[in-house]
Design a binder for this molecule. Structure first.
Ligand SMILES: *Cc1c(COP(=O)(O)O)cnc(C)c1O
Length: 497
């Protein structure tokens, strides 16, 4: 299995190279040349396996240049004793048709752990195969959850360093505290004056700066990415959609071949793209419901076929989705354009130069046949948290609430009662203030930890240990950097010769 670039199909590399480099040198994203198929027979077999076995089985189809031992080492390292239980994910059933796929029982309480516990293993193995001996410098732009999950995944991993940039005003107090208190000798955390898109754009520029790459090489270092542009971030996410289907089969909630819908609270389009890829492998999925907050660039795109990032940026209570440039959409376009790299390259340069692009009518129809797009604002998000708790005794975080809200709208609009897996992407305690305000009305005068305690008391849900323990940790990082100075900051931190 080889990987080709969305902007130049002649760039063809094995998975280890795609993962070690993160992004193709002309700026395109690596995608698999073809999609391995899962038959019904294989799904039934998978449904009898543990999560770790499922992961190894599915990854084996994509990472054909990894040995069986290497894959085993990677998945057991990532998923053994790092999550609250061996099942790794959990499914909560709400009413007759809704299955909350909880992806946040890992060390940082967000779904990013599902991929970022595994990525360091994939990256180290890839680097040993391809760029022997070089120190890998991971740069991360984060809207909150990726940063912490990447820091936890890479902390003290030999041969790697990690630097995380987050928008100073754009993350929740808990997220900021999680990152500022990060342990490990190879980690750097820095706030930037700017929003997530500024951070992501700066990091992408650093990755494609040839002169800087040469300077790093001279210092026996190389950059790589832990953002969802890296194939090593996406491939672990395909696993949990297939695994969820297997769990529903094993629990006799569905029969083999039954189609489900999948609803995902979306920002950078990584999570929902993984579900789309699972469908390309043959997983029976009918519709993808793409849920956005007020940064509704994807809703408009799905409804009109025009992507236009020139709009006001909103800082919302679902900050991990405060994104106007959804990087992974490029991979979807490559699929919808049936591998036409020239067309994708043109759209991406339109986006870069004019801030917008429009897809062809054929592609728009194909897009709309697969995807439904919807969004909601903060007021509706809070109302959804409250109502979901009232109706189902289920406490969801702000991001998951956006998905729930859009799902409810979808059912109202279409009458489609197909059983639906909703990706539940974060622990409600990570966004304690907004969640508590939603269920209790006010949080006046409460500290962050009084809020988590109050929330636990009101709802009977337990505060995850990793969040409760933050109370006694001292912050280690306080740097703030201007968005135009990120490259300079990186260079100074690396002490390059
Ligand atoms: C990152 C994140 C999202 C958005 O996921 P994408 O893959 O970027 O679309 C949604 N919810 C939470 C809690 C997140 O951390």
């Amino acid at each position: 299995m080889n990987y080709i670039s969305t902007r130049d199909k002649t760039q063809k590399v094995p998975s280890a190279v795609a993962i070690a480099n993160g992004i193709s040198k002309e700026g395109g994203l690596f995608v698999p040349e073809s999609f391995p198929q899962i038959t019904e027979e294989r799904l039934l077999k998978l449904s009898k396996m543990s999560y770790t076995e499922r992961a190894k089985n599915i990854l084996g189809d994509f990472l054909t240049d990894f040995t069986d031992d290497e894959l085993y080492h990677c998945v057991t390292g990532a998923y053994t004793d790092k999550f609250e239980d061996d099942s790794v994910t959990r499914i909560a059933k709400l009413g007759d048709d809704i299955y909350m796929l909880e992806l946040w029982h890992g060390p940082t309480c967000a779904f990013k752990d599902m991929a970022l516990q595994l990525l360091p293993y994939l990256l180290k193995t890839s680097a040993e195969k391809t760029v022997d001996g070089k120190e890998i410098v991971i740069l991360v732009a984060t809207s909150g959850d990726t940063g912490k999950a990447a820091l936890e995944g890479f902390k003290d991993v030999e041969g790697t360093r990690i630097m995380v940039f987050y928008p100073e005003q754009g993350v929740s107090p808990m997220q900021k505290l999680q990152m500022a208190t990060q342990e490990g000798e190879n980690v750097t955390v820095c706030a930037i004056k700017g929003n997530f898109d500024d951070a992501q754009t700066a990091v992408k520029q650093i990755f494609t700066d040839k002169a800087l790459a040469e300077r790093l090489a001279a210092n026996n270092m190389m950059f790589s990415s832990a953002n969802s542009i890296n194939w090593g971030r996406l491939v672990p996410q395909i696993v949990y959609y297939i695994s969820a289907y297997c769990d529903l089969l094993a629990d006799e909630e569905i029969a083999i071949g039954d189609k489900i819908n999948v609803c995902v609270p979306t920002g950078n389009f990584g999570n929902i793209l993984a579900a789309y890829y699972a469908k390309k492998m043959g997983l029976p999925i009918a519709k993808f419901i793409c849920a956005s907050n007020e940064n509704n660039v994807l809703t408009d795109f799905i409804r009109t076929g025009t992507y236009n990032k020139k709009r006001e940026f909103h800082a919302t209570i679902s900050p991990s989705m405060d994104i106007l440039i959804s990087s992974n959409l490029e991979r979807l376009l490559f699929s919808l354009y049936e591998g036409n790299d020239v067309a994708v390259k043109k759209l991406m340069s339109n986006l870069n130069e004019r801030g917008s692009y429009a897809v062809s009518d054929v592609v728009r129809e194909h897009l709309q046949a697969e995807f439904y797009g919807g969004y909601c604002d903060d007021v509706s998000t809070k109302a959804t948290i409250k109502n979901t708790f009232k109706n189902y005794s289920y406490l969801c975080d702000t991001h998951t609430a956006v998905a729930m809200n859009v799902y409810n709208g979808y059912v109202k609009e279409t009458g489609d009662k197909t059983k639906t897996v909703i990706a539940s992407t974060a622990s409600p305690f990570k966004f304690a203030q907004s969640v508590l305000e939603s269920v209790a009305g006010t949080t006046d005068g409460f500290t962050e930890f009084e809020m988590t305690d109050k929330l636990a008391e009101l709802t009977g849900c337990a505060v995850p240990d990793s969040l409760a323990l933050l109370k006694d940790k001292a912050p280690r990082f306080a740097d703030v950097c201007n968005k135009a100075k990120i490259e300079e900051y990186v260079v100074s931190q690396l002490n390059l010769k």
